[in-house]
Ligand binder design. Structure first.
Ligand code: SF4
Length: 221
């Protein structure tokens, strides 16, 4: 029988299917790509936005990137069904353009609810875009990949763990090696368990903020 988190996540996904908050994306998408996997996951992975294959199939990270991601997970003893995978945006931007700040803000409540429902131990951000957005700073992925840092999502604290985007690793062999090494460190991080949660009502830690022209700012967490 489905637990409460999975039922709520399913209801959220149904809501997203009818979402037209981003008029251009709603008009050009084939379908909404909400998530895959289980809400019981200790590991949540967040990418940027669906691409052409994802838009066609309705599942995040399919095609070559998805195959690589599944292989990386298999390398640490996990299947796609045992983790939770989603994107910052649930609809494909036309021609794979970058998500716009207003679209990110529109879609942020979905992502926030997903994180709260899954309550993972580790959130892996896949690539520069998702990493900068969730960290709310401009630090490049090359400087922080494979380095876990405590991060607050509302009242919940998780390990935020940035890695290269699988698509970027497919283009550059050295990135693929780094991606494999970073994934190999995940089991230890997961085994350490959930980080100590801050007390309810405690002041929210300040995130680093990008200067003008940097990462789109959003009230995500
Ligand atoms: S990207 Fe998110 S907010 Fe925008 S239309 Fe799609 S589901 Fe709605």
């Amino acid at each position: 029988m489905a637990d409460s988190a999975s039922q709520q996540e399913e209801a959220l996904g149904e809501l997203a299917i009818g979402c037209t908050r981003c008029s251009q994306l709603a008009a050009t998408r084939t379908q909404v790509v909400f998530a895959s996997g289980t809400t019981n996951a200790d590991l949540m992975l967040i990418g940027e936005a669906p691409g052409a294959s994802e838009d066609r199939e309705g599942t995040p990270f399919v095609g070559a990137s998805g195959k690589l991601l599944s292989g990386l997970l298999a390398g640490i003893g996990l299947t796609r069904e045992e983790v939770y995978v989603t994107n910052v945006l649930k609809c494909r931007p036309p021609d794979n353009r970058d998500p716009r700040a207003d679209e990110i803000a529109n879609c942020a409540p979905f992502l926030r609810s997903q994180v709260e429902l899954v309550a993972p131990i580790v959130v892996v951000t896949l690539g520069n875009f998702a990493t900068k957005l969730l960290r709310q700073d401009d630090t490049a992925i090359t400087a922080i990949h494979g380095k876990a840092a405590l991060h607050s999502f509302g009242a919940m604290t998780v390990w935020l763990y940035p890695v290269f985007h699988p698509a970027a690793a497919l283009y550059r062999r050295p990135n693929l090696e780094l991606l494999r090494e970073d994934f190999a460190r995940l089991p230890k991080l997961l085994a350490a368990g959930a980080p100590k949660q801050r007390a309810t009502g405690a002041p929210k830690p300040k995130s680093a903020r990008a200067e003008d022209g940097g990462v789109p700012q959003l009230d995500l967490f």
